[in-house]
Design a protein around this ligand. Structure first.
Ligand code: DAH
Length: 341
């Protein structure tokens, strides 16, 4: 029996040492110390011993049990410590490792120019309006004094949705003037940026879709001098103090008198170059005093109220602002180009 106990002790201690996990260790505990375990089996044979042998053997058996229990405890502690160590190692966060850069987008140059423009007009008390790109020809043309037969109504210039030429992609943001007159109380000060559509081939200065910023003021006693003062202020704020403008007489059906406003070419400073087609000036917008008939059609008395309006080409404005010389760059969305702003 003494030998049996010594064997169990040696085998158990060796087995504990080889345990790889707490689960293994629990199995070993049952195997050696459990009710049906090896040590218990030996103790059950105590009855067969003589009364003289029993105390010594009992003591030895207790010693073995104590030794095994102690070994189990310390092995369990070691395994726990090792597991914690491994976990800490696996989960370490090295704060010195460089981060993964998150690519950040930024505004398109045309929208940078638009935001600047909005900022300037908002500062002057204008409200910014948004309106539909699918528009009634009645608002795009009739209410703006461009009657049947006006060349801009031609099918070769305008995208119509129906054979009766009643619904169209707006060809200008000017119908927003009518929408403002129909829905807002006087006096009115608005700008209305947005997309417009015309049947144009794509080249360095044309696109079938482009952007305009419409503007309109209706109040008592406003004159062409207010229009010039306002537009000059806006141009100087956007392009720098001292930037020269030129107001040229022109014709639009909805303004009288009408003008086109040019700004001195950024490329050549007015001498003439390919960007300004040798002119020294770049056309930026159309403008004028609102035609009395347009006011009348909106139920506004032209003897009491007067107004002026303008329509900026937004792409041109951005091109002048950032010295871009090809319109296509604005729409092609080549990141190598866009990243420069
Ligand atoms: N809508 C005109 C165009 O597309 C531009 C324009 C001219 C707008 C004169 C106006 C204006 O408001 O008064 O060419």
């Amino acid at each position: 029996m003494r030998e049996q106990l010594a064997k169990i002790r040696a085998a158990a201690l060796a087995a504990f040492e080889g345990a790889a996990s707490k689960v293994d260790l629990d199995e070993l505990r049952v195997r050696y110390l459990g009710k049906k375990g090896e040590l218990t089996a030996v103790l059950k044979q105590m009855g067969k011993l003589s009364p003289e042998e029993r105390p010594a053997m009992g003591q030895l058996a207790n010693e073995v049990r104590a030794a095994l229990e102690e070994a189990l405890d310390s092995t369990a502690k070691n395994l726990e410590a090792a597991a914690l160590e491994a976990k800490l190692k696996a989960e370490t966060l090295d704060v010195t490792v460089p981060g993964v850069p998150v690519p950040e987008g930024h505004r398109h140059p045309m929208y940078i120019a638009l935001d600047e423009m909005k900022e300037i007009f908002i500062g002057m008390g204008f409200t910014v309006l948004d309106g539909p790109e699918i528009e009634l020809a009645q608002l795009n043309f009739d209410r703006l004094n461009a009657e049947e037969g006006h060349p801009s109504r031609d099918w070769s210039d305008t995208f119509y949705f129906d054979a009766d030429s009643r619904v169209m992609l707006r060809s200008q943001t000017s119908p927003m003037q009518v929408r403002a007159m129909d829905s807002m109380p006087l006096p009115i000060r608005i700008i209305a940026p947005g997309r417009v559509y015309r049947k144009d081939e794509v080249d360095a200065t044309h696109s079938p879709m482009f952007h305009q910023v419409e503007g309109m003021v209706i109040d008592k006693g406003v004159t062409m001098a207010d229009l010039k003062g306002t537009l000059n202020t806006v141009v100087e704020r956007m392009y720098g103090v001292g930037t020269k403008t030129r107001f040229r007489p022109h014709h639009f059906p909805f303004t009288e008198p009408s003008c086109e406003v040019d700004v001195q070419c950024h490329k050549c400073g007015g001498v003439g170059c390919p960007t300004c087609k040798g002119e020294g000036w770049i056309e930026l917008l159309g403008a004028g005093m609102i035609h009395p008939r347009v006011l009348e059609m909106a139920g506004i008395d032209p003897n009491e109220w007067s107004g002026w309006a303008f329509g900026f080409g937004l792409e041109r404005t951005a091109m002048r602002r950032f010295k871009i010389d090809d319109l296509r760059l604005i729409f092609e969305n080549d990141v190598r180009f866009l990243e420069q702003f």
